[in-house]
Design a protein around this ligand. Structure first.
Ligand SMILES: Nc1nc2c(c(=O)[nH]1)N[C@H]1C(S)=C(S)[C@@H](COP(=O)(O)OP(=O)(O)OC[C@H]3O[C@@H](n4cnc5c(=O)[nH]c(N)nc54)[C@H](O)[C@@H]3O)O[C@H]1N2
Ligand SMILES: Nc1nc2c(c(=O)[nH]1)N[C@H]1C(S)=C(S)[C@@H](COP(=O)(O)OP(=O)(O)OC[C@H]3O[C@@H](n4cnc5c(=O)[nH]c(N)nc54)[C@H](O)[C@@H]3O)O[C@H]1N2
Ligand code: SF4
Ligand SMILES: [Mo]
Length: 766
């Protein structure tokens, strides 16, 4: 193991600390849940939580999920699951499951009274009609989600653009992968992990930055460890010694918000030492010269100064990366959740391109997708500027193609709308009067959520579709009961770009309906049912295949059957008859395209000019200027706050906070704080601590841990109300991707008294 050391400014983390923790045991295990009930059937499907989309078999008895069996044949996870996947079977039987529609009524217990489903749909349709007539189509907005199947996300885009004719639809992936998406499109012309995870196994060097792999992508840990067993060196960049970092070969304890500086510095050393693939740079890329000039200033000394990482460690990372024959670079939200998230992503891609190690076996690059359908959910038209197939709403040819499939004139399609946070700002300003939200819990998950609550209060009408009453649904006028993942079928696209099948295990209970039926019911009640008469998810998928054909995210060759046969199909996967009909175009085959950018590969943008998705077939280097976080520390707010996840909770927690064993595992958010900082502040482990930012404050217990930089604290964000970390976070956004800066803002920290008992956990702390 190589030691990382005191930084120029703050003493940082070293491996002695790592060793104190002893060996880390993976969070991925083979588990069988046998509740002693003989199942009626066992359904092969996938976990409903993260973007890994592990295969699992649900045991079903009397329309209830009663346990799980490993599904060993599914190649990605080979039967292994993390703690969330293991306990997920408990959500479907939960007593909180919404069985009816509800209407807000302050006189009713809990603030809501039950409403007949048909009457609720009628009221939603009438109100949409009224608001759009009085204030224009764009005054009604839609927020959607990337935990939905791809069929539903396609339907949501079509519903907003064709049925409601509103420009204003966006989705919760805006808070998630959009910096990676924008960076990938700029550099490669396509937004997808470049490789299947099997390419991790043969990599000599694995560089992971801003990803808590062991807790957030637990199955990926196994791929990294298998590579390590074959001699791979693992480098981790993070302000915290994450569980995987405990087992790495080199740990770089970066100050939050400084990744562009680090990767510019690494590229500087690669250039200085000529650790470059000149042939690849020459033949397959453009823009290297400008990047070469721009990285001159990023000397090891300057890089160390800005990043808080020891110069020696930076040199070591550059040497290992620079000299490797094969490698894999992975990142997640740690570098993306920034007001310069796209620059961070591009700076990592620059070192991949300079090494020429992409598009070959054991040479890879990927962002680790977050939400269940984080990949498929960002491809088919629920983003504010997008049409199906990864097409652009502002491109006349793209508009014409999709309008033709939908049987409307291109002019009937709205122009691009605004992002999810801007929808809130417009609601606050009174420009957006009505909102429909599905599969999104913005009151917990958006930054500066005191503002978000105020924005929702200002809406004339708000309808939420969920299966549990979320913190956000509590602001709704009407709540409609949608479907759990196990109550519906369809496809999702997981982290590798593999399209897989979700199988229905149980029927919806009570008056709850599959989400796509709820949406079509609203279209019908509006008298605008043309285009919304699908009888099944399969029918939606068949239309999606045609709509995506010839786009970057081409699904035209994918069928439910070939997904089944091959344990998933990787897009792009074209149909036999390619858009131009040219016979010479090589077909991607029935499994699609597992590895992108292979030499000689065809794609719809480049034709045969080269493997990257630009007309000349070449990848782009991008100059990445380092810009610091939107809010720097100062005397008043001297500590950096970063936020993220723990293994046993998921996102806004609306599902996992209801699953007993997961709550037991991590019952409440704690403030991770380094012993030295804790001592300076007079805070002991378990003590109440108030964290204050310019936007709000939050009193939680401290968790004094030696695994975090002494100038930074960490709070997991899976809780609402007074426990919500997003009372503190800043709504600064990346100018290109519009992702919020969840990963760094300035706070002060002080010891506190135990907070008073609140009447309700949902009350924000003021
Ligand atoms: N258990 C669990 N798993 C999940 C989820 C969940 O809620 N719970 N959510 C899923 C989703 S939607 C997502 S998006 C993914 C997220 O997966 P990750 O991105 O891996 O998780 P995060 O905890 O958000 O942040 C990752 C790491 O970034 C580090 N970090 C903070 N600031 C910086 C920085 O400036 N630079 C660098 N290099 N690192 C930094 C944090 O210390 C943290 O360890 O997880 C998915 N999987
Ligand atoms: N401070 C801070 N905030 C963050 C982050 C962070 O790192 N720090 N991470 C951000 C990231 S990466 C993400 S992805 C977002 C996630 O933020 P959200 O998307 O708001 O979180 P979810 O918990 O996924 O909310 C989904 C809601 O939809 C419901 N739901 C789930 N599946 C379905 C379905 O199939 N149908 C229907 N009808 N409803 C469904 C759930 O019950 C839940 O109420 O949070 C972001 N917020
Ligand atoms: S949460 Fe993710 S890693 Fe865990 S079982 Fe589900 S899909 Fe797999
Ligand atoms: Mo995410």
């Amino acid at each position: 193991m190589t030691q990382s050391h005191e930084s120029s400014s703050e003493p940082s983390l070293d491996l002695e600390v790592i060793r104190e923790f002893g060996p880390f045991r993976a969070y991925a295990n083979h588990v069988r849940i046998d509740t002693g009930v003989a199942p009626d059937k066992v359904v092969k499907t996938h976990c409903c939580f993260c973007g890994q989309q592990c295969g699992v078999q649900l045991k079903v008895k009397d329309n209830t999920v009663v346990g799980i069996e490993p599904w060993y044949e599914f190649p990605f996870n080979r039967g292994m699951l993390c703690p969330k996947g293991v306990k997920r079977y408990l959500q479907q039987q939960h007593p909180d499951r919404l069985l009816h529609a509800y209407q807000r009524d302050s006189a009713a217990p809990g603030g809501f009274r039950q409403l007949d489903y048909a009457a609720a749909i009628q009221r939603v349709a009438e109100t949409i009609e009224r608001i759009q007539t009085e204030h224009g189509a764009d005054a009604f907005a839609v927020l959607s989600g990337a935990s939905l199947t791809t069929e539903k996300t396609y339907l949501m885009g079509k519903f907003a653009h064709m049925c409601l004719k509103t420009a204003n639809i966006d989705y919760n992936g805006r808070l998630c992968m959009v910096s990676a998406a924008a960076g990938n499109k700029k550099a490669f012309g396509i937004d997808r992990a470049a490789n299947p995870w099997s390419d991790i196994l043969g990599a000599e060097v694995i560089l992971i930055t801003g990803a808590n792999v062991a807790e957030c992508a637990p199955i990926t840990t196994n791929y990294v460890w298998q590579a390590r067993e074959h001699g791979a060196k693992v480098i981790v960049v993070d302000p915290r010694i994450t569980p995987l970092a405990r087992t790495c070969d080199l740990f770089l304890p970066i100050k939050p918000g400084r990744d562009t500086a680090l990767f510019n510095g690494i590229l500087h050393l690669m250039i200085e030492n000529d650790w470059l693939d000149h042939d690849f740079i020459q033949a397959q890329t453009v823009g290297f010269e400008a990047v070469l000039q721009a990285t001159r200033e990023w000397t090891p000394a300057k890089t160390a100064e800005v990043t808080g990482i020891a110069e020696k460690s930076i040199r070591q990372a550059a040497e290992w990366w620079g000299q490797a024959k094969t490698s894999f670079l992975m990142h997640a939200r740690g570098i993306e959740h920034h007001s310069h998230g796209v620059q961070n992503v591009l700076s990592t891609i620059n070192i991949v391109l300079a090494s020429g190690r992409i598009g070959r076996p054991s040479c890879g690059y990927a962002t680790i997708t977050g939400q269940a359908n984080g990949q498929g959910g960002r491809e088919h038209g629920q983003k504010c500027d997008q049409l199906p197939g990864g097409r652009d709403l502002s491109n006349p040819e793209h508009r014409a193609h999709v309008a033709n499939v939908w049987g409307i004139a291109p002019d009937e399609l709205p122009r691009p709308g605004v992002d999810a946070y801007e929808i809130m700002r417009k609601a606050h300003a009174g420009e957006i009067r009505g909102l429909l939200s599905i599969c999104f819990n913005p009151v917990v998950s958006l930054p500066d959520n005191n503002f978000v609550r105020a924005a929702l209060e200002k809406l004339e009408f708000f309808v939420a579709i969920d299966f549990f009453m979320s913190e956000t649904a509590r602001y709704a006028d009407i709540v409609l009961p949608g479907s759990l993942q196990e109550e519906d079928e369809g496809t999702v696209t997981q982290a590798e770009g593999r399209i897989i099948r979700i199988h229905q295990a149980v029927e919806c209970p009570g008056e709850a309906k599959q989400d796509w039926r709820v949406i079509q019911d609203i279209a019908r009640a509006l008298g605008r049912e043309r285009g919304f008469t699908f009888a099944s998810p399969r029918e939606i998928f068949e239309e999606l295949r045609v709509a995506s054909k010839g786009g970057v995210s081409d699904y035209s060759g994918v069928t439910y059957e070939n997904i089944e046969e091959h344990y998933g199909v990787f897009w792009p996967c074209r149909s036999a008859a390619t858009p131009s009909g040219a016979a010479a175009e090589p077909e991607p085959g029935p499994r699609g395209t597992p590895r992108l950018f292979e030499p000689g590969s065809w794609n719809p943008i480049a034709g045969g000019a080269g493997p990257f998705y630009f007309p000349d077939g070449k990848a782009r280097f991008n100059v990445t200027a380092y810009v610091g976080p939107a809010e720097d520390v100062d005397v008043e707010y001297p500590i950096m706050l970063t936020t993220g996840r723990v293994v046993s909770q998921f996102l806004s927690g609306n599902q996992t906070r209801r699953i007993g064993p997961l709550v037991d595992h991590y019952p409440e958010p704690r403030v991770e704080i380094h012993p030295r900082l804790a001592q300076r502040l007079g805070v002991g482990d378990g003590d109440w601590t108030t964290v204050t930012s310019r936007r709000g404050q939050c009193t939680l217990r401290a968790s004094v841990v030696a695994t975090i930089r002494p100038d930074t604290i960490f709070i997991p964000y899976h809780w609402g109300g007074r426990k919500s970390a997003n009372q503190l976070t800043i709504s600064a956004q990346d100018p290109i991707s519009k992702i919020p800066e969840y990963k760094v803002c300035a706070v002060r920290v002080a010891p506190a008294e135990a907070p008073p008992e609140y009447a309700s956990e949902l009350e924000p702390q003021q």
